[in-house]
Design a protein around this ligand. Structure first.
Ligand SMILES: C=CC1=C(C)c2cc3[nH]c(cc4nc(cc5[nH]c(cc1n2)c(C)c5CCC(=O)O)C(CCC(=O)O)=C4C)c(C)c3C=C
Ligand SMILES: [Fe+2]
Ligand SMILES: [Fe+2]
Length: 339
């Protein structure tokens, strides 16, 4: 029996299973200007997953010091790497999105691939709204951070769940939290290193430089450090390297606290001073080249190495839109796309 006249039929909720993949990366300013970088950093650094200092104290430091000084300095660095397509991180992320779409189409998996950035644009909020309007009710989220970390992967989940709190009908949600040891990820990185060695010769040391985080986060239970170590071990095993062939370090330190160590700049200085004057450096925590690789590693740390006596220094690019990287993404999401 139905007391609501005209509501005896299904009201449009009977079609199910419109699937989509959502790629997420960190985000980047819209323009390499002080104002734009300030907006981006204000959003990024206000996230309590990123900076875990008591809110009241951090607000004073953030607004009183950091946002008055850092945006101009960072904008100058962004200007050095900016391209006609905009910020490298966004441009590469768009290429990855469209190539993954093509790869999924080729397997006749009826899925739309979307891209969102945790900070800045295209935002998670806007992108999820678009997906909602298109009737998508099954979302596979792939945050493009190979090693889970609370400030990156964890924070992406927070932003998704914040948006979903406003939805009445929640979608099926598949959240890929880490892929630091996935065979296809290790295979893609190993192939990239092998390719570099065959083009330029084996360096005296292969330097694995991961984005850092406060050491305190590790002590509080963040698995990121261990995941970086496991990625390294699996690559080393797959390439058959020995202990003397490589070193692991951490870059991009921010603030005064102790971060994961050894630091990349100190490591390069030490190596050069010890006579290891030929290195190749790879940054496995970055799925796309960005400020932290193109400026900090390819330029800044090259100067650090050369100033200490180093001679040959080359940066092995991120996996970006490499075929094996796209294949890896496809294989990560595929189990959730079958009907
Ligand atoms: C303040 C603390 C930070 C933590 C913790 C952190 C972790 C973290 N970040 C990435 C990946 C990226 N970070 C990028 C830039 C960047 N990172 C921080 C700070 C922390 N990161 C800042 C302040 C910045 C902005 C640049 C600057 O002003 O120096 C980027 C590049 C963005 C771009 O536009 O190109 C990426 C990518 C990971 C993987 C990570 C994990 C521990
Ligand atoms: Fe960062
Ligand atoms: Fe940096």
């Amino acid at each position: 029996m139905n007391n609501f006249s005209g509501l005896s039929k299904e009201q449009g909720h009977s079609k199910r299973n419109k699937k989509a993949v959502l790629l997420i990366n960190l985000g980047t300013p819209d323009e390499p200007t002080t104002a734009s970088v300030r907006r981006y950093l204000a959003e990024f650094l206000a996230d309590s997953r990123v900076v875990e200092i008591p809110k009241l104290l951090w607000n004073v430091i953030l607004h009183g010091i950091v946002l008055r000084t850092r945006p101009a300095k960072s904008a100058a660095l962004y200007k050095q790497i900016w391209t006609e397509e905009g910020s490298p991180l966004l441009a590469i992320s768009k290429q990855q999105t469209s190539k993954l779409q093509t790869a999924l189409n080729a397997e006749e998996l009826d899925t739309d691939v979307y891209l969102a950035m945790r900070y800045g644009n295209p935002s998670i909020h806007e992108t999820l709204r678009k997906m909602h309007q298109s009737g998508i009710d099954d979302i596979t989220v792939l945050p493009l951070y190979p090693q889970y970390a609370a400030p990156t992967t964890g924070s992406s989940f927070d932003a998704i769940s914040k948006e979903l709190q406003t939805w009445r009908y929640l979608p099926s949600l598949h959240f890929i939290n880490t892929y630091h040891d996935h065979p296809d990820y290790i295979k893609a990185l190993s192939a990239s290193i092998t390719n570099d060695f065959s083009l330029h010769g084996k360096p005296k040391k292969l330097v694995f430089s991961y984005h850092g985080m406060p050491e305190r986060n590790l002590k509080l239970g963040d698995p990121y450090y261990c995941f970086c170590m496991k990625t390294t071990r699996l690559i080393v095993e797959s390439l058959g390297l020995s202990e003397q062939d490589y070193v692991v370090c951490f870059q991009s330190r921010f603030g005064k606290a102790k971060w994961l160590s050894p630091y990349t700049d100190a490591t390069l200085t030490k190596l050069a001073k010890e006579g290891v004057d030929d290195v190749a450096i790879i940054c496995p925590a970055f799925s796309a080249d960005c400020l932290e690789t193109l400026e900090e590693i390819e330029e800044e740390n090259r100067l650090v190495f050369e100033a200490a006596g180093g001679k040959k220094y080359r940066y092995i690019a991120a996996l970006n839109d490499d075929e094996l990287h796209i294949e890896m993404m496809k294989n990560l999401v595929k189990p959730y796309l079958k009907n």
